[in-house]
Design a protein around this ligand. Structure first.
Ligand code: NI
Length: 191
């Protein structure tokens, strides 16, 4: 957070570069960074790569940060575009490898449809819901220079990470009703 690349809109990957040795090396570095950091997803600008590339997938290390998270399949998305959002929303405690020490209580659409390309340059079109849709939207935001604190409705919805270990001791309605009953990696339909 604070680094210039995280504030910028990233350029699309030219289709003809997908699968080149240079591209594969950068993609491999991104996969390694995700595994080391324990991310449930990661976006290229987080490792200094200016490109519309992101990874989804629940690594073993991420399972510790998001104990309630369901399986999120490993996927490479290149030039992803979200072309529809549900009006139904849900809330979750989001964290980010680029925003150390903080979590945010963030509302986003529950279901999205997206298209993009995989690491072979094949077109992917998918409808995503549940925690996968949540991670997808968070990572896609990185490609447009947006970090989760900018998605918070209220500054009270940003809290220190370690406070989440004490949810049982929170006041019933802090910071909103329902928030204390939603573990990291879970989704709540009520704020
Ligand atoms: Ni992030």
């Amino acid at each position: 957070m604070g680094s210039r690349i995280l504030l910028e809109t990233q350029p699309e990957v030219p289709t003809q570069t997908i699968g080149t040795e240079a591209f594969r090396q950068k993609l491999s570095a991104l996969k390694n960074a995700q595994a080391l950091a324990g991310g449930i997803g990661i976006a290229a600008p987080q490792v200094g790569w200016s490109a519309r590339v992101m990874l989804l997938g629940l690594t073993a290390a991420a399972k510790k940060r998001y104990p309630q998270a369901p399986a999120v399949p490993f996927e490479v998305w290149i030039n992803p575009v979200i072309h529809s959002f549900s009006t139904e929303t849900c809330w979750a405690w989001e964290g980010c490898l680029s925003v150390p020490g903080l979590r945010g209580w963030i509302e986003r659409p529950s279901t999205i449809t997206a298209r993009g390309m995989d690491e072979k340059g094949q077109v992917i079109k998918k409808t995503l819901d549940g925690f996968t849709a949540r991670v997808f939207q968070h990572e896609a935001d990185h490609l447009d220079g947006i970090l989760f604190p900018q998605r918070a409705h209220n500054t009270r919805h940003i809290i220190p990470d370690d406070i989440l270990a004490n949810q049982g001791e929170w006041a019933d309605e802090w910071p909103t009703p329902g928030a204390r009953n939603t573990a990291p990696g879970a989704l709540s339909v009520l704020p």
